[in-house]
Design a protein around this ligand. Structure first.
Ligand SMILES: Cc1ncc(COP(=O)(O)O)c(C=O)c1O
Length: 609
């Protein structure tokens, strides 16, 4: 990799493609946002915010960037993906999108959803969410509002109030008790009902337990029969308009949606045939995945739409006689909002876990015998044996701190030699195993002014991978790799995983740590161009717009970072809009019971100016 170019960097970081299509690299090696043909570098953005908002309350060097235009982009893309197939295949049903607000209830997220499509619907799971929806929907009462989880009478009376006010509500029922509660309050002609079913099938993915018999949600098959009888005996057959199934979030095995679609379609016709003639819609819930690793096919939305529509059509062909094509409803949340936020983290400090070496020739002299052994080694096994031998022979238990420091120098230097020899072996001989991974492990730790728990909680909760990107020096072959740790006192407060793309061979950093792999694979270590420029620069944590605001945790009383909105003005120029400063300590302390403390400051580090 002698002639490193920004195209190589795009491969390594997965930029300018798939769900990171809006991130690119300038010729000077700066990470930039590129939308509607306009570019702004992250460094310019950070400087602009510093210059314009640096004196505002709650300003910190790190912040969350909101990009509402990417919500619109995703909504239009989803709609286009379905509409194109509907047209191409002469499918007779319609498509409708529903946004489940639980994925991100922030106003700057829900309002762009509403503004992007005059007919987009919304899904609420609680009373509070329903009130939020009234606030954003306003007088646009034609928009469908699906109310999930009508578990308590108070929630139902709020729904009743909304229905009387003329809102277009569909109540989802997922137990016999829920059905009874709904029947107690509503008359048959007052309400649309959605039967939420457990999809009896297995899909692959972290949340695959959302489907199947043991799922927390939906009617079990026997409950479905009981609810059907109950509705029929009370004259509610014509109130049922929709069946709903949700197989779990982030289902990357897109083909699994085809069998889900077939299951839902079969069920749709069976329930219609039970006397529910107004049943017109299949709501396929969420699950549309985001490509967090830039390694999936570029057109996952189209593949998803294809699996759903072809699944329906397959099943229609299996039916006897002419059948009505169901309308298709999709409740994608992650797929709509993930792109719209990213976190910009200032690097406060860079630490090295090995001592610096001031006299390399002297050190190499010490290592001479070991290095010549290494030079003679011709296989990975031999190299690793030499490393093991070196550790047991040259690293006896140190009797003083200065002896330990000298050992650390030797160990660090020989570890570098070993890495170089492993790289020299060529790709066919290098099998990444735990010892090799340990040798590749980064020796530099970057302390970022943020909390993983607050800004990217899923990294801790479900090991969700988020792309991490340095913002500068992407035009040079990376010098090394680093770990990014936060300022909480928790060792889980670290994001160092890096998705090594599959390039058929291993690309290395200047210090022989892998950037890519023959076949894609997760590893540890974020590549950086010039280590000396890292302190004071920023890292981007991308694709944080879904769920991360919802699950944020105030670990160590570190609250929300500031929010800044990025907008293109009428003349095609970028504008940043300061939305809110970091949460102040007074507010966070009140949450844990300390009232009346007059501390109007945020808890994050002030950083270097
Ligand atoms: C009923 C329902 N619809 C939609 C969603 C949103 O899923 P996703 O964010 O994967 O699109 C969920 C998520 O849990 C859900 O339970």
């Amino acid at each position: 990799m002698q002639n490193w170019t920004t195209d190589d960097a795009k491969v390594v970081y997965g930029l300018n493609k798939n769900d990171l299509h809006f991130l690119n690299i300038t010729e000077e090696g700066n990470l930039c946002i590129e939308l509607n043909g306009k570019r702004i570098t992250i460094e310019d953005l950070v400087n602009r915010v510093h210059h314009e908002d640096g004196m505002k309350k709650g300003y910190t060097s790190s912040f969350t960037l909101r990009m509402p235009q990417l919500i619109t982009y995703q909504i239009l893309k989803l709609k286009r993906s379905f509409q194109k197939l509907i047209d191409d295949l002469d499918y007779e049903g319609d498509f409708c999108g529903i946004y489940p607000v639980k994925v991100n209830q922030r106003k700057d997220c829900v309002v762009p959803v509403i503004m992007s499509d005059p007919n987009y619907g919304i899904e609420a799971g609680t009373k509070a969410e329903l009130h939020l929806i009234r606030e954003v929907v306003g007088e646009e009462k034609h928009r469908l509002i699906i109310c999930n989880g009508a578990k308590d009478p108070e929630y139902l009376s709020t729904i009743e109030e909304f229905t009387r006010d003329g809102y277009n509500i569909g109540i989802s029922i997922e137990s016999v008790d829920e059905a009874n509660r709904v029947l107690d309050i509503f008359e048959p002609n007052e309400i649309n009902l959605v039967l939420r079913l457990k999809p009896y099938l297995t899909v692959r993915g972290h949340w695959s337990h959302s489907a199947g018999r043991d799922s927390k949600f939906g009617l079990s098959i026997h409950d479905l029969f009981d609810v059907v009888d109950l509705l029929k005996s009370n004259g509610f057959e014509n109130s049922v308009t929709t069946i709903l199934g949700h197989v779990g979030s982030q289902i990357t095995a897109i083909e699994d949606f085809r069998k889900f679609s077939r299951f839902m379609t079969r069920t749709f016709y069976e329930i219609r045939d039970m006397g529910f003639g107004n049943l017109d819609i299949i709501d396929f819930g969420g699950g549309l995945p985001i490509d967090y690793t830039s390694s999936h096919p570029p057109n996952m939305m189209e593949l998803y739409a294809t699996a759903i529509i072809e699944g329906i059509m397959d099943e229609m062909n299996n039916q006897i006689g002419e059948r009505k094509a169901p309308d298709i409803m999709i409740e994608s949340g992650r797929g709509i909002t993930a792109l719209s936020s990213l976190v910009l983290v200032e690097a406060l400090e860079v630490r090295c876990v090995y001592p610096s070496v001031d006299d390399l020739p002297q050190l190499r002299k010490h290592l001479e015998a070991w290095i010549s052994k290494l030079t003679a080694a011709t296989s990975l096994k031999e190299i690793l044996d030499i490393w093991e031998e070196f550790l047991s022979e040259s690293m006896p238990e140190a009797r003083s701190l200065s002896e330990l420091k000298e050992q650390e120098k030797l160990r660090g230097a020989f570890r570098s030699e070993i890495r170089r020899h492993i790289a020299d072996l060529g790709v066919d001989s290098v099998i990444a195993n735990p010892v090799v991974e340990e040798l590749w492990h980064p020796e530099h730790i970057v302390v970022g002014n943020f909390s993983v728990f607050n800004s990217a909680g899923d990294h801790v909760l479900v090991k969700q991978h988020f792309p991490i990107l340095p913002v500068r020096d992407l035009h040079v072959m990376p010098e090394t790799t680093v770990r990014l740790v936060d300022i909480t006192c928790d060792s889980d407060g670290e994001i160092s995983q890096f998705h090594r793309k599959g390039t058929g061979e291993i690309w290395y950093t200047q210090d022989y740590r892998p950037l890519t792999m023959p076949v894609e694979r997760m590893g540890v270590g974020i590549p950086v161009g010039k280590l000396g420029n890292v302190k004071g620069s920023h890292f981007v944590i991308a694709l944080t717009g879904a769920y991360q605001d919802v699950i944020e945790m105030d670990h160590n009383l570190l609250g929300d970072l500031p929010d800044v909105e990025l907008l293109l003005d009428k003349d095609g120029k970028w504008e940043t809009r300061w939305m809110a400063g970091a949460q102040n300590m007074e507010e966070i302390l009140e949450d844990v019971g300390y009232f009346g403390l007059d501390i109007d400051e945020d808890p994050y580090m002030s950083g270097d100016d």
